[in-house]
Design a binder for this molecule. Sequence first.
Ligand code: HEM
Length: 378
Amino acid sequence: MVCARTASAPLLAAALVAALAVACSLVSGAHAAAEQEAAGAGGNDLRLRQPPITRGLSFDFYKRSCPMAKSIVRDFVRHAVRKDVGLAAGLLRLHFHDCFVQGCDASVLLYGSATGPGEQRAPPNLTLRPSAFKAINDIRDRLERECRGAVVSCSDILALAARDSVVATGGPEYRVPLGRRDSRRFATPQDVLSGLPAPTSAVPSLLDVFHNHSLHLDATDLIALSGGHTVGLGHCVSFEGGPDHEPRLPRQAEADVPGQGHRRAHPLDVRTPDVFDNKYYVNLVNREGPFVSDQDLFTNEATRPIVERFARSQQYFFNQFGVSMVKMGQIRVLTGDQGQVRRNCSARNPGSADGNLGLQWSSLVQTVVDAAAESLGF
Ligand code: HEM
């Protein structure tokens, strides 16, 4: 084993209650599975299984205002991932961390302010890749030049860049509904912690977190979206706390990665670390899942059949992953005249009031300070 580990509370009890706890959500999961089967797991027609699209979003949202938007993001990601394959994992995870905290509103990109630290400073976000944040801003700059102004929202860029990262590493193509608007405020560190599932979680609590975000996210979505761990790295600190499973990480991987102790990083998918494929599920079947939250998807008797099915059929996984990403990408989106289209993805637009009481007060104070400064001739 390559990471030093510390024992945490046993998960035995979780194993016992797990089958019962997931039974309900599996009814819808099994239903989705049956639907997939009926449609032909080997088929390519994703349209049949597209989830409903939130009012205000559409596939051709930028058709008039920025017709090249999708291809600009696609080209950028394709070239950038060719140079640094890890960026694909970074962008995919960034979209997930955005959507699971306050909805897909690009709040994860905001720097902190006088009211407190931004979401990036909360522990689960400390390992988000700086290169992914930079890529989003670079794409935004390119879009601003091409489309003459702030037309495409940062939250839409996140959703497109995640999809294009999946495609650039060999994963499925799926259509991304667009028209999200960016929030003016970020969540508290506490909201970040409660919004994102912990790698030590077992299936019942993972399902709780997914359900809390959207009643539409079921066990099949949990298993399919966890397949995002087919690319990217985990740091030693993230592997701690799983007493009953030992990720088997290849020696070569250990030798290849930089960092010391907790800062060492390891591929999440020991078979094909840089390819978006279904080998993550093959790893789970072989008890080589990276985290407890991954391995328990196989340990748990209720979720195991779906894991096995994904391990058997990559096409089946690909189809479901596309559907689940579209669902995840619509969690609590802002549309219409809600929110704003940020001119700089890291900061809300100057002069735009914040929905959060704390910030309203700080804006008020700022206004008074500005007015005083003006009257004093500063
Ligand atoms: C189901 C609950 C999930 C848990 C508990 C979880 C947890 C984690 C943890 C602990 C890491 C390693 C962070 C580090 O040490 O650097 C990680 C990495 C990653 N996660 Fe998840 N994750 C979950 C779901 C997802 C989902 C839904 C996606 C996307 C669809 C995703 C995509 C990724 C990617 C791509 C990486 C690698 C990032 C990189 O290399 O920069 N994860 N996840």
